[in-house]
Design a protein around this ligand. Sequence first.
Ligand SMILES: [Zn+2]
Length: 73
Amino acid sequence: MPIYEYQCNECGERFEVRQSMGADGSDLNCPKCSGRELRRLFSSFFSANSSATELSDSSCPTCSSGVCGLPPM
Ligand SMILES: [Zn+2]
């Protein structure tokens, strides 16, 4: 059964949901804020064997080290 990843448009929470094929997720809501503005990101079922997830937001665009305290872009 595929696992879909959703992101809440209201609080930004990301969570994974196991759904049967063909489910559209319209009956889901955010586990954190119960918001219903959800966006399906991708299925980790299909991306599990790809290489490391790209997380390039660790460096600060302003000071390059994060010490300025500004959130990354
Ligand atoms: Zn939420």
